[in-house]
Design a protein around this ligand. Structure first.
Ligand code: ARG
Length: 467
């Protein structure tokens, strides 16, 4: 039965039909749409809204379709969307009685329901992948509890830390990304079905029942909202965009850290390319592609927000244009997530180089100032000034951090405060030692191996609770 034959004369021209059809990206909601029809028909039978024998014929046809898959559908753009294609299939099996399936249902609540079902499944998948990612990062951190490196601010040497500590900063970002996705999932987990076109129906439908059959926590509470809202999509894509940002930042660091200048990381050959002209090259192309591809997410988010912002409440066909951007976002994220995870897992973090950098370039300076506060009773600002002057004087004289001793500090202190510090030589040496510096940061969140172990066990708890 042709949907248009009642109200309209004639068909859309081919190119207009192509332009307006959602069939191409409706493939993603095919299974959800079948399930939606099954749940709705089951409820219609139970509520005695449609005759049982007809309802059962419809269900039988839907079961066959479920088994046969989307290939059984006739999909040309004369068919507006997947909902009509499914209905046409049932009609081809049982005749015009198939039309009972659409009692008390609109494509408006159907598409909103399908999208929520399909997106919930996507999120469940991504959440699983994310937990594996965090587990891998934890394992890497465990392997590098004592592997020194330098931490940066402004991309300048700042303070000594360990690779483990740095890796756990990734884990925490990923954990928050997980939380944001999960929040979006929770809000999405309500069923619009039964909203019908926008004001429900006078048939005595049971919305709790269809929500239950489709695995939702319950029905949505306002039917206009049910067919209007796509904030669940915007919110999910925002969460994915931030997750993409995390992946992009990790990739960025792998790119920088694997340069000759840094030499802190060696990427696996499987995640590197070479040059067609420069035979010596080992390029971090995979990381660069992750960095580039995740930009797609930012674009999709803005597109989606822009479509939604100007729409009056209830269903508007513009909403259809949100869908392809959603799937583009989930697909991009999905591949970037897996690739970044494998790339990071196969990268080698260079302990010798990390230690070399941790010892270089006065990254112990903060600890030296702290020592003057602790042992010399100076206000931190004064200590800061003495150490700053010590560093500039050492640089002028071509000295390194390890050449600084108590006497050197006394000379500078004399200059600034008029007093020597008389610090114990051993204590000064210890303050300059990155191993000691890292060990002394026994503060929750800090790099001391004991603290990192505690952070790991908290993360493991999180993983076990969410598995
Ligand atoms: N294909 C439409 C979409 O994706 C769903 C159906 C609503 N169509 C309509 N003409 N009311 O949003």
């Amino acid at each position: 039965m042709n949907l248009r034959s009642g109200r309209l004369k004639g068909q859309m021209k081919g190119e207009v039909a192509d332009f307006t059809s959602s069939l191409k990206f409706d493939r993603r909601i095919f299974q959800a749409d079948v399930r939606c029809n099954q749940a709705h028909t089951t409820m219609l039978i139970e509520q005695e809204i449609i005759p049982r024998d007809i309802g059962e014929k419809i269900l039988k046809a839907l079961d066959e379709l479920e088994k046969e898959g989307i290939g059984a559908l006739k999909l040309d753009s004369a068919v507006e969307d997947i909902h009509m294609a499914v209905e046409n299939y049932v009609t081809s099996k049982i005749g015009p009685e198939a039309g009972f399936m659409h009692t008390a249902k609109s494509r408006n609540d159907q598409v909103a329901t399908d999208l929520r079902i399909a997106l919930k499944e996507e999120i469940e998948e991504i959440e699983k992948e994310l937990l594996i990612f965090i587990q891998i990062v934890i394992q890497m951190a465990r392997d590098h509890l004592n592997t020194l490196t330098v931490g940066y601010t402004h991309l300048q040497h700042a303070q000594p830390t360990t690779f483990a500590h740095h890796l756990l900063s990734y884990a925490q970002a990923l954990k928050r990304d997980y939380g944001r996705l999960h929040d979006a999932y929770q809000r999405m987990d309500l069923c619009p079905l039964g909203s019908a076109a926008l004001t429900t129906t006078s048939f005595p439908i049971n919305r709790d029942r269809t929500a239950e059959l489709l695995g939702f926590r319950g029905p949505m509470e306002n039917s206009i909202d049910g067919v209007s809202s796509r904030d669940f999509i915007a919110e999910t894509v925002f969460a994915l965009t931030l997750l993409g940002t995390t992946l992009s930042k990790i990739s960025e660091e792998l790119i920088i850290w694997s340069t000759y200048e840094f030499r802190m990381v060696e990427l696996a050959d499987e995640f590197s390319s070479t040059s067609s002209i420069m035979p010596q090259k080992k390029n971090p192309d995979v990381a660069e592609i992750v960095r580039g591809k995740t930009a797609v997410l930012n674009g999709e988010l803005v597109t989606i927000l822009t479509i939604i912002k100007s729409l009056p409440q209830s269903y508007n066909r513009d909403l259809q244009e949100v869908t392809p951007h959603l799937w583009k976002a989930t697909d991009t994220l999905h591949s970037a997530l897996k690739i970044t995870r494998e790339m990071l897992a196969s990268a080698e973090f260079k302990g010798v180089r990390g230690e070399e950098l941790a010892r270089a370039n006065f990254s112990a300076a903060t600890e030296l100032a702290d020592l003057m506060v602790r042992e010399g009773g100076l206000p931190f600002r004064t200590a800061h000034q003495i150490v700053g002057r010590t560093v500039s004087s050492a640089l002028e004289k071509g000295l390194k951090a390890e050449d600084i001793d108590a006497q050197f500090l006394d000379e500078i202190s004399q200059e600034i405060t008029g007093q020597p510090l008389k610090l114990d030589e051993d204590i000064v040496k210890r303050a300059l030692d990155p191993v000691e510096i890292v060990k002394s940061r026994q503060v929750p969140g800090g790099p001391a191996p004991s603290m990192v172990k505690e952070a790991i066990s908290n993360l493991e708890k999180f993983i076990n609770e969410n598995k």
